[in-house]
Write a protein that binds this ligand. Structure first.
Ligand SMILES: *Cc1c(COP(=O)(O)O)cnc(C)c1O
Length: 810
């Protein structure tokens, strides 16, 4: 297949990408050539694609630095309240195109690169993803940074500069194989090391209780070296900072204690403490309880708090504030500052994901902190309450091995606690094993902040064609104010608009089909329905339910091959945690189904099942604009919010989903009739658990198509060389499925029939798409951040610009 259109010609017509003025283009070309020569030390004879990418990245970076310095000066002068977003994950993806979008440089750069005889998309594809996250939680942090900068908040992201981000996934003979993500190998043009702000973080040792107080002694010191990355707001001249800490051994590491003979070993042992920032733990929604992970958590917090206090003391307000120290009052004051400063966001109700650190491990690593946690618990427990409630609420869990319940510690130590979608926040306060008791003690603490996504990356950047069709109707304000998308409803019967929306989708599908063919040698039918389930592989997300649909649809086509079947390309992508055996088997089942279905001549191109290798931010940006159907099919009550659901909705896909997470609010915003909602509600799941329970065999015995599909998996139909390959998965589904896949099977298949029916009517399909796009306003992370700012942080967001670097400061 050849390229369906010239990307360069396509891109330059588009106004949302900024102006390509002649002077801008000339200046960019000069800067590009200067960087190729002076920064990369290359000429056009020897430069390769990566050199050109670095030259362009440095050229674009030049446009950030003046604004970055100026923004930080401006914050110093005005001394606004600061917000610190501390997270172990920032799933940033690529930076080049996002920077060009936010600085309105995209068309000018495109033209400059074109005039230099280079291909913009080829250069963009040289950039490594900053994969410092697992999935939704890490990507949320990245979207929030974009929104905080775009709303003029003096915000800082603080995290760890992992040397290895989320692993790269290879599919070998149908199985997931992990490869290390050596993303810094060629250097990172977006970061700036700041050794002058290095901090010391202590571990291990013991406490000494003396008449003058408690001392933490015999500790091991690790240095935290900060690296800063600029975070530009959308066309407002603001550039905030993400500061990531890297672990560094002190010069005297292990040397004091040794004579000259130990020197070589002491230098080699520096690795041990520098391991703290070596690698991201690849678990999504799962607590592993490893010492190195607790080290990472304390490392980021201890380094960040020192930095926050340093900045506060150097600030205008902080340098005037006289801190009077009545030592007797110090602990109460410290605790008061902690509670009034901290807010805690809960991201899951899955019990296996909640952190409960064994006391022994905690004591070994942070002996003084454990004593303080005991003291906090002691004082917290001084409220009236029955014995059972006290036990449930304790920060220290009793039983076999004592554990620190970190969620409980967070609630007690924060002035606000929130969930990430309305239904999730409701479940948090209504569920006993979660936060019900805490809610009853202090209901005012608990809030909801429904998640969102940044419309810059997830519409303007990844789907310029759609952004342009929208802008032609309602202007460009929706990029800053996504509620404006409502105005599209005026055009719901405008045939030309409907055709334009459908045309952009078809172009995006063609482009993704070309991408798949170029990179993975798979041919798909661009007229078929593109049906995606892309997200981490997890039992609760129910990729297995999707598998049962694939098999059922296949069986139906085989049974009546001459009937008209709506052609579908079902694509599933996502990483399984390396230690999560069941998730890896789910991937193997999907690839096995593909092997059978995709080579069946009776089926032809009416059904294809494709596993998308190495799903990550960059692949999401390529895939989502091409989607017709978005699969959001978790068991009701298990997905806290989801954000993939929002990305698909904004890019003109229809959703088939359960009433879970933010799907509930998506249905409310677009109209429930404009989503394909099926299956049990939370109340149904609860009633089942409280009543007769879930019995998979009843569904298996009652529903012939389900029985047939299960018998095929169990009998080796999809794994003829190894008939019992999926024995464990079958056993799981039949006997200990916590997520009740079979209970929703019938409703899901019926709902997929309805999807097929509508797909036969392109005009009605596209009108439903428009209802969805128009209902997306709520799911901008700008709305989410504005609510955090006003309702938790006590700050006021603003769409004002600050002066550009070449303008005078007011
Ligand atoms: C948005 C996103 C996610 C989250 O997807 P969910 O469907 O909400 O789980 C995960 N991974 C990547 C790469 C994403 O961009």
């Amino acid at each position: 297949m050849s390229k369906p259109f010239s990307d360069h010609d396509k891109r330059k017509q588009i106004s949302v990408r900024g102006l390509a003025g002649v002077e801008n283009v000339a200046e960019l070309k000069v800067a590009f050539n200067r960087h190729l020569h002076f920064t990369l030390v290359k000429d056009r004879n020897v430069a390769n694609k990566r050199d050109y990418y670095f030259a362009l990245a440095n050229t674009v970076r030049d446009h950030l630095v003046g604004r970055w310095i100026r923004t930080q000066q401006y914050y110093y002068e005005k001394d606004p309240k600061r917000v610190y977003y501390i997270s172990l994950e920032f799933y940033m993806g690529r930076t080049l195109q996002n920077t060009m979008v936010n600085l309105a440089l995209e068309n000018a750069c495109d033209e400059a690169i074109y005039q230099l005889g280079l291909d913009m998309e080829e250069l963009e594809d040289m950039e490594e993803d900053a994969g410092l996250g697992n999935g939704g939680l890490g990507r949320l942090a990245a979207c929030f940074l974009d929104s905080m900068a775009s709303l003029g908040l003096a915000a800082y992201g603080y995290g760890i500069r992992y040397e290895f981000g989320i692993f790269n996934q290879k599919i070998v003979n149908g199985w997931q194989v992990e490869e290390a993500d050596d993303w810094l190998r060629y250097g990172n043009p977006w970061e700036k090391a700041r050794p002058e702000y290095m901090r010391a973080v202590k571990f291990y040792g013991r406490t000494e209780h003396t008449p003058d107080g408690v001392k933490w002694v015999d500790t091991q010191v690790v240095l935290a070296l900060p690296y800063d990355t600029p975070i530009p707001g959308y066309r407002n001249n603001i550039v905030n900072t993400m500061r990531l800490w890297s672990a560094k051994a002190p010069c005297d590491f292990n040397l004091k204690d040794f004579n000259v003979g130990g020197y070589i070993q002491a230098v080699l042992d520096r690795n041990l403490c520098e391991n703290i920032s070596r690698v991201l733990y690849p678990n999504d929604n799962f607590f592993e309880g490893k010492e190195l992970r607790l080290k990472q958590e304390y490392f980021v917090v201890a380094a960040t708090l020192q930095d926050v206090v340093r900045r506060f003391k150097a600030s205008k307000f902080g340098s005037r504030e006289v801190v009077r120290t009545d030592f007797a009052e110090l602990p109460n004051k410290a605790w008061d500052v902690c509670v009034r400063t901290c807010a805690y966001t809960n991201h899951t109700v899955l019990p296996e994901a909640l952190e409960r650190w064994p006391i022994d491990l905690f004591h070994h690593l942070l002996p003084r902190h454990l004593e303080i946690i005991f003291e906090i618990n002691h004082r917290f427990m001084e409220f009236p309450g029955d014995h059972d409630r006290m036990r449930r609420m304790s920060l220290i869990e009793e039983g076999g091995c004592k554990k620190v319940n970190m969620a409980h510690l967070c609630i007690v130590g924060s002035h606000a606690v929130n969930g990430v979608a309305r239904i999730h926040s409701e479940i948090l306060i209504a569920t006993l094993y979660v936060f019900k008791d805490f809610y009853e003690l202090d209901p005012h603490k608990f809030q909801n902040k429904t998640n969102g996504i940044t419309p810059r990356r997830w519409l303007v950047m990844c789907n310029p064609g759609l952004a342009e069709v929208i802008a032609e109707k309602i202007g460009e304000e929706f990029i800053r104010d996504l509620d404006q998308l409502k105005r599209l409803l005026k055009f719901i019967n405008d045939d030309a608009f409907i055709r334009d929306i459908a045309k952009v989708k078809q172009e995006n599908k063609l482009k993704f089909a070309v991408h798949l063919e170029e990179h993975y040698k798979v041919k798909i039918n661009p007229q078929s329905m593109f049906d995606f389930q892309v997200k981490r592989i997890h039992e609760y997300k129910r990729q297995l339910l999707n598998c049962l649909h694939m098999i059922t649809y296949y069986n139906r086509i085989k049974k009546e091959p001459n009937k008209h079947w709506t052609p579908r390309t079902i694509m599933v992508g996502g990483k399984a945690a390396p230690g999560y055996h069941t998730a890896k088997m789910i991937i193997r089942l999907i690839t096995a189904i593909g092997e059978v279905v995709n080579h069946d001549p009776v089926v032809g191109d009416r059904l294809k099942v494709i596993f998308l290798e190495n799903y990550r931010v960059t692949l999401a940006e390529k895939a989502i604009p091409s989607a017709d159907l978005s699969e959001q099919i978790s068991t009701a009550g298990t997905e806290a919010s989801g954000t993939g659901n929002m990305k698909f909705m904004l890019n003109g896909a229809l959703t088939i989903g359960t009433m879970d997470g933010a799907n509930v609010e998506m249905a409310e915003e677009a109209g429930e009739e404009n989503l394909f909602i099926f299956g049990m509600r939370v109340e149904d799941v609860d009633a089942m658990d409280a009543g007769k329970g879930y019995h998979a065999s009843e569904y298996y015995n009652r529903i012939p198509e389900l029985k047939q599909a299960m018998d095929q998996i169990a009998g080796g139909f999809f794994s003829p060389k190894q008939p019992d390959l999926f024995k464990e998965l079958v056993d799981l589904l039949m006997h200990h499925d916590r997520f009740k896949v079979f209970a929703d099977y019938e409703a899901y298949i019926k709902c997929q029939d309805k999807v097929n029916q509508l797909y036969k009517n392109p005009k009605e399909w596209t009108k439903m798409v428009i209802h969805n796009i128009a209902g997306c306003g709520k799911f901008s992370s700008d709305r989410t951040i504005a609510q955090y700012a006003r309702e938790i942080w006590g700050m006021e967001p603003s769409l004002e610009k600050i002066p550009a670097p070449d303008e005078k400061l007011k």
